[in-house]
Each structure stands twice: as structure tokens, then as C-alpha cells.
Design a protein around this ligand. Structure first.
Ligand code: ZN
Length: 413
């Protein structure tokens, strides 16, 4: 592995910004990296480094040699931009195709890509991977739900690729439209681009009658396909073109099985090679061979939370996915929820809005109060602080056609 990492360092050293940062550590040539220990001394890269070098400052090839750019929108200011050479674009397609194969997708499948197309990597990443595999791609992009359902039925879509929250919305819309599952040929879902829980997986699988596969990626590393579950659904297999590490809060590498921040170094990428990029996703790693599919290498646990999503409420770290877990452990509710945080006096207060399902909604007040109390306790058991729960009418929380918005933090601004 050290040899491959050294090649990435050689490529990185073409970039003046990295030259300077590595130079400060006395590293002026790739040969200075002789062991994994040497590599682990190298600086981390963050989204901030990309912003500082906007738009093309971190490219290791002249812009003339790039054939495509993607960008991820920041919450403020300029987006972070990544570039691909022709070889990168081809490699990406092969990586996604290999991942889809592990997930059980074949050249006979009809794949409806309902991720957004454009600067976001989701749509085009899946698109070229499917073509590489030889599957039939329906590049419908996100949104336009009624049309999604019509084409899903008419084209005999067998694989749906989108965010888990949009999959859920599609499932709900199917039920309303009166299209029964027997009229569809759907069998696999390729879901990613936002953290989700096992409870959410069960919900989607039972409502759509499919196997829901977790896919992982981010534009700074390549896009979707960095890791994906096989049909065995025991963690996401990391493609061997990416070298993963998990670090503790001080940036020190953690051993296998310990949870921390996931960091990636790209191997063989030309246009935008990246060194020890901090994903802000929390997970654990393990190395070995998968009994189900034979994949040998690194496997990561599903990303349960992003550092960025973390709320600090009365000094306690709370992740929306923990609240989701608490909600889905109780029956009678819809997996649609919203966290509303505000400061009352000097005290932070978390209120969780949860939709009841239609059956529960018709229950008597007493039963609803009982349900409310059970949800409250279920969430509090997981996050360890008291919350207020507000049960709301079915379909009253806004649905998402892309990444779901789960938090309203009134303490900000
Ligand atoms: Zn496997």
C-alpha cells in the first residue's frame, strides 16, 4: 500500500499549495514516504482547503487536460470544485459498475436514476456506472414525482437510485396513486447521499418490496461509488482505489473497529488527487474478506452521522439519526420527522415533530397521548436528554425530492 500512497504523494506534489504544506514538514519528494507511519504524518485536507484554492488551485493537471468538473454547494459562499481527466471519468464509471455488480445489479436491469443531474455528482456518477455495466439507464433526475411513478411502471424499472428520503416519498406517492407493487418490477434500491438508519431501511424495503442497498461517496473523493454494500448488506465495501483511515478528535489514526472521522486518500486519480481528506462522516473500519461476495479489503460501517449534523443541546451531542432510530423503534408513526431546537431563557430545548400514521391519527386522544409518551421515552433512552415530542398530522412535514432537511435550529441567526 505504501507504494500506491507514495504515487499519490508524487502527484500531489505537483500542486503548489501541497508543495508548500508538505515542504513545511520537510517532505519535498515522494521518496520521503517510506512507511505508513511517514504517511500518517502528512497533513489532512479539509473542505476549507478546497475553498481557499477555488476554483482550480488544487488540480494536479492543467485545466486543458480536464474533461469535466463537479461541485458541491456550500451552505455559504463559493462551492467546492473538483476536476476529472478523461481517465478519471472512465475509472469512476468502472468503480461504480463494479459496486453495482456487488449490489446485485446486472446488464439486464432498468435503472431509474432519480439523483439530481448537474454539478452534484449523484446523477452522472450513477449514470455512467450503469452504462459501463450495460444496464438500461433512465436519466430522469430528481423531482417530478408523478412522472417518476409513471415511467417506473411503463419502463419496467427494476432498480431505483436516489436518496433514502426520496425513496420513502416515492413509496408514499405510489400508495396514493393506487399503483400496486405487483404492477412494478422494482427489486433493488441504491440509496445514499444522506445518513439513514437500519429502521429506515426496513421501512423502505417493506413499503417498496425491494432490497435497499447503501451507497457512499462524496465529490471531493470522486462521487458515488467510493463504497457500497453487497447483497449481504453487512457494511459498505470500499473500492480499492481509495485508502481509508479513521481518526480520533486529535487526528490520530484509530484501530479497526473504533469509531471516528473517516478520512480518504485517492489512489490513481489524476485531475484532483486528494490527500487524507476529512469527510466529517463518522464510522468504523474493518479489513478482511466478505463471506458473501468475496470482496477483500476495507469495509466500513454505514455512516450513522455526519460531524456537521451534530447538534449540541445542553452540552450533549445529538445526531438526527439517533432521533430517527428512537422514532422508528415505536410503531404507529411515519418515518417523517423534524428536530426543532430553540433557546428558552438560557436553556436549549429540543422538540421533535413526528407524523403519526393514518390509523393512529384516528385513535382516541388518550391513545395518542400514550403514543407520544412512548416516542418521548424511546428518543430519550438513546440521546440521554429530555425532549418534547409533538405528534403531527399525516403528511404535514414537507417531503424532500433530494436530501431531507431534518433540523430547524432557531438558536442560529
Ligand atoms: Zn460483500
Amino acid at each position: 500500500m505504501v507504494k500506491e500512497l507514495r504515487e499519490t504523494v508524487a502527484r500531489i506534489l505537483r500542486v503548489p499549495y501541497y508543495q508548500k504544506r508538505l515542504g513545511e514538514l520537510g517532505i519535498t519528494q515522494a521518496e520521503d514516504i517510506q512507511s505508513l507511519k511517514d504517511f500518517q504524518r502528512l497533513p489532512l485536507t479539509s473542505k476549507e482547503d478546497l475553498r481557499l484554492n477555488y476554483p482550480f488551485g488544487l488540480m494536479a493537471e492543467p485545466v486543458d487536460n480536464l474533461v469535466r468538473v463537479h461541485a458541491s454547494s456550500g451552505t455559504t459562499g463559493k462551492p467546492t470544485v473538483v476536476g476529472y481527466t478523461r481517465k478519471d471519468v472512465q475509472l469512476w464509471a468502472e468503480i461504480v459498475a463494479n459496486g453495482l455488480r456487488l449490489a446485485g445489479v446486472t446488464s439486464k436491469d432498468v435503472v431509474q436514476v432519480a439523483y439530481g443531474y448537474g454539478l452534484f455528482t449523484g446523477g452522472m456518477g450513477l449514470h455512467y456506472g450503469c452504462e459501463e455495466l450495460g444496464a438500461l439507464v433512465v436519466p430522469i433526475s430528481g423531482g417530478n414525482t408523478q412522472r417518476q411513478l409513471m415511467l417506473m411502471k411503463d419502463f419496467g424499472t427494476t432498480v431505483l437510485a436516489c436518496t433514502p428520503s426520496y425513496a420513502l416519498y416515492l413509496a408514499e406517492s405510489l400508495e396514493e396513486t393506487g399503483i400496486s407493487r405487483d404492477e412494478l418490477r422494482l427489486r433493488i434500491g441504491i440509496f445514499g447521499a444522506e445518513p439513514w438508519t437500519e429502521g429506515m431501511r426496513e421501512e423502505i424495503e417493506s413499503r417498496l418490496g425491494i432490497k435497499a442497498i447503501d451507497i457512499y461517496g462524496l465529490s471531493e473523493i470522486m462521487g458515488p461509488g467510493v463504497a457500497i454494500e453487497c447483497e449481504g448488506q453487512h457494511g459498505l465495501h470500499i473500492d480499492p482505489h481509495f485508502y481509508p483511515e479513521v481518526l480520533d478528535e486529535n487526528g490520530s489514526p484509530l484501530p479497526e473497529g473504533k469509531k471516528g472521522e473517516l478520512v480518504f486518500t485517492t489512489l490513481e486519480k489524476e485531475g484532483f488527487p486528494v490527500l487524507r481528506y476529512r469527510t466529517k462522516d463518522l464510522t468504523t473500519l474493518r479489513y478482511g474478506k466478505c463471506e458473501h461476495c468475496g470482496h477483500e479489503g476495507w469495509t466500513m460501517d454505514r455512516v450513522s452521522a455526519r460531524v456537521d449534523d451534530m447538534l449540541i443541546i445542553r452540552g450533549v451531542n445529538v445526531f438526527p439519526s439517533q432521533v430517527e432510530e428512537g422514532i422508528l423503534a415505536v410503531g404507529g408513526l411515519e418515518p417523517h420527522y423534524l428536530l426543532v431546537v430553540e433557546r428558552v431563557g438560557t436553556l436549549d430545548q429540543l422538540e421533535v415533530w413526528v407524523e403519526v400514521n393514518t390509523a393512529s391519527f384516528l385513535d382516541e386522544v388518550r391513545e395518542l397521548e400514550n403514543l407520544q409518551e412512548r416516542v418521548k421515552r424511546s428518543i430519550e433512552d438513546i440521546i440521554g436528554i429530555s425532549v418534547r415530542v409533538r405528534l403531527v398530522e399525516p403528511k404535514s412535514i414537507p417531503r424532500s425530492e433530494g436530501k431531507a432537511k431534518r433540523v430547524i435550529d432557531k438558536r442560529k441567526g
